[in-house]
Design a protein around this ligand. Structure first.
Ligand code: PHE
Length: 344
């Protein structure tokens, strides 16, 4: 086929092209594997040598021309389609855009982060433990053997005879000591969820504790006192006073219950503190020698202290939350309030 014929035919065929699909099909019949132009190139080997140069020139020209015709038409189709689309779609630029949902940091996360910062600044490591732990770690190795009456006060959710949802973060003490094989000093905090069979406005079946453990040589109750005083003042304000009352935990000896100046009335007495001026925030004590021994530490050489506040209370106080269960029900209307600057 002569060059003119090819172009003439192509032009005729191009008139019938309506869309990109037609264009692609037609392009294949010219430039595809066995297309007209491709076949012409294959003929090169039949052309006598002295005409090859001329034939090559002809081939290049035809390829260029055909390609250009296809490209031009493609541009035209694109333009036409865009115009059609713009005519079809009437865009109302005055419509408000879709609201972007902005996440906020959960009040509990804020309290945990604040406490972690404080303890990390005092040289503690932050560790995590599993929420499902063994009876051995949760009780036995904390000096609460099977049948011990103090197990009742932490009545919890058993999964089978050995595994349970941890009722406190204290198994972190056992896990840390066992992982460190008598290395000291140990200074850790372990924030995390704990579970007990409780459910009312101030008790949830799931809540947060923040375990602390220090083990080393010559660690005493005085160190515990200083640490907790600093902790209370930093978290709740410099004016906060701390009171230690004797108490009992099987894993500490001596043990104490720690109260802080009521965050609502500042100590004058109100409904929150039941007119006492004090709020109980945590249990603590000097680590019992049996606990050290069971996790591989020599109690003749080492001593330590431990504490375990429930920290939901701090979030409730800081952010004015009246029902602890709101912390865990993931209601967006509740959560989005904590994005406000006035709760920072
Ligand atoms: N684990 C105790 C509880 O949940 C709190 C505690 C921790 C007491 C560490 C003493 C030492 O009640």
């Amino acid at each position: 086929m002569e060059r003119e014929n090819i172009i003439e035919n192509l032009e005729k065929e191009l008139i019938n092209v309506k869309n990109k699909n037609d264009l692609a099909n037609l392009k294949a019949t010219y430039l595809g594997k066995s297309g007209i132009v491709t076949n012409l190139s294959l003929k090169m080997k039949e052309i006598p040598n002295e005409e090859k140069r001329e034939y090559g020139k002809f081939l290049n020209e035809i390829k260029e021309l055909v390609t250009k015709k296809f490209d031009d038409l493609l541009k035209e189709i694109d333009k036409r389609e865009l115009e059609e689309k713009l005519n079809r779609e009437k865009i109302d630029i005055t419509l408000p855009s879709r609201r972007k949902m902005k996440g906020s940091i959960h009040p509990m996360t804020r309290v945990v982060e604040e406490l972690e910062d404080l303890f990390v600044s005092m040289g503690y490591d932050v560790v995590n433990g599993p929420e499902i732990d063994t009876d051995l770690n949760c009780f036995t190795k904390l000096n609460l053997p099977a049948g011990h009456p103090a197990r009742d006060s932490q009545d919890t959710f058993y999964l089978d005879d050995d595994y349970l949802l941890r009722p406190h973060t204290s198994p972190a003490q056992v896990r840390t000591m066992e992982a460190n094989e008598e290395k000291t000093p140990l200074r850790i905090v372990c924030p995390g969820k704990v579970y007990r069979r409780d459910d009312d406005a101030t008790h949830s079946h799931q809540f947060m504790q923040f375990e602390g453990l220090v083990v080393g040589e010559d660690i005493s109750l005085a160190d515990l006192k200083g640490t907790l005083e600093l902790f209370a003042k930093k978290l709740l304000g410099e004016k906060t006073n701390v009171r230690f009352r004797p108490s009992y935990f099987p894993f500490t000896e001596p043990s104490c219950e720690v109260d802080v100046t009521c965050f609502k009335c500042g100590g004058k007495g109100c409904s929150l503190c039941k007119q006492t001026g004090w709020i109980e925030v945590l249990g603590a004590g000097v680590v019992h020698p049996n606990v050290l021994k069971m996790s591989g530490y020599d109690p003749e050489k080492y001593t330590g202290f431990a504490f375990g506040p429930g920290i939901d209370r701090f979030a409730m106080f800081k952010y004015g939350i009246t029902d602890i269960r709101q912390i865990y029900t993931n209601d967006i209307r509740f959560l989005e309030q904590f994005d406000r600057k006035d709760v920072e």
